[in-house]
Design a binder for this molecule. Structure first.
Ligand SMILES: [Zn+2]
Length: 85
């Protein structure tokens, strides 16, 4: 039989938002930051040496996380650190 098997595989879609790649004079650094949810290694490209604050979605577990000063934390952790009342 030659049934068309559904190809189920993980699509590692690089959803990097609006990709700005060619910026004269800026060097893009790539660093690996573990996802705070599933701990997979994620390659983050930045125009600066330090990631100050950016929100990303893990391509593996599809959860949101926030990178603050090169440290990936969950959105909940981020909100809690700002709601410390
Ligand atoms: Zn993840």
């Amino acid at each position: 039989m030659c049934a068309t098997a559904p190809s189920v595989h993980h699509k590692y879609v690089r959803k990097a938002g609006v990709g700005q790649r060619t910026v004269a004079g800026l060097v893009f650094n790539e660093q690996e930051i573990p996802c705070p949810h599933c701990h997979i290694g994620l390659i983050i490209s930045t125009a600066t040496s330090t990631v100050f604050m950016t929100e990303q979605m893990c391509p593996s577990c599809r959860k949101q996380f926030v990178i603050v000063n090169d440290v990936a934390i969950t959105s909940d952790e981020y909100e809690m650190s700002h709601k410390a009342a």
